[in-house]
Design a protein around this ligand. Sequence first.
Ligand SMILES: Nc1ncnc2c1ncn2[C@@H]1O[C@H](COP(=O)(O)OP(=O)(O)O)[C@@H](O)[C@H]1O
Ligand SMILES: [Mg+2]
Length: 126
Amino acid sequence: MIGEEKQISLKYAFDRALIPSTEAVSLGLIVTELVINSVKYAFPQSRPDAEILVKYETSGSNWQLTVSDNGVGRPEGYNTAAASDGLGSTLVKALAQQIKAQIEMANSPHGLAVSLAHVTFSPRPA
Ligand SMILES: Nc1ncnc2c1ncn2[C@@H]1O[C@H](COP(=O)(O)OP(=O)(O)O)[C@@H](O)[C@H]1O
Ligand SMILES: [Mg+2]
């Protein structure tokens, strides 16, 4: 944050994809919110190996976006997606709903990973 010296490496791995602009806008807002969360909360003590990873993987019309960090994790009581009630989490949930994505969270004292997955199932023709 402003006035602080904190070294965090930001890594990313993106599959190439062509997506509707409305979806791209939502994904952008989600990534921004989650990355800012990691910067704000994951590393209260600065450490040399601090890292945030943003990953976007696609397979056909399915995709998964994951923002993870190797920080301290969410405090107790924030273990499930259902229990996350900050303004940011509410925004992420609403945006995820809009683009029909499921949210999953993996939280531990070794970091937080938030994934959004959009999975469509297309049955084979009979
Ligand atoms: N990457 C993270 N690492 C540790 N704690 C986190 C992380 N992201 C969120 N949190 C915790 O979850 C709370 C809720 O986050 P959020 O819904 O984005 O609300 P806000 O950012 O508006 O406080 C934060 O106040 C913080 O305690
Ligand atoms: Mg936030």
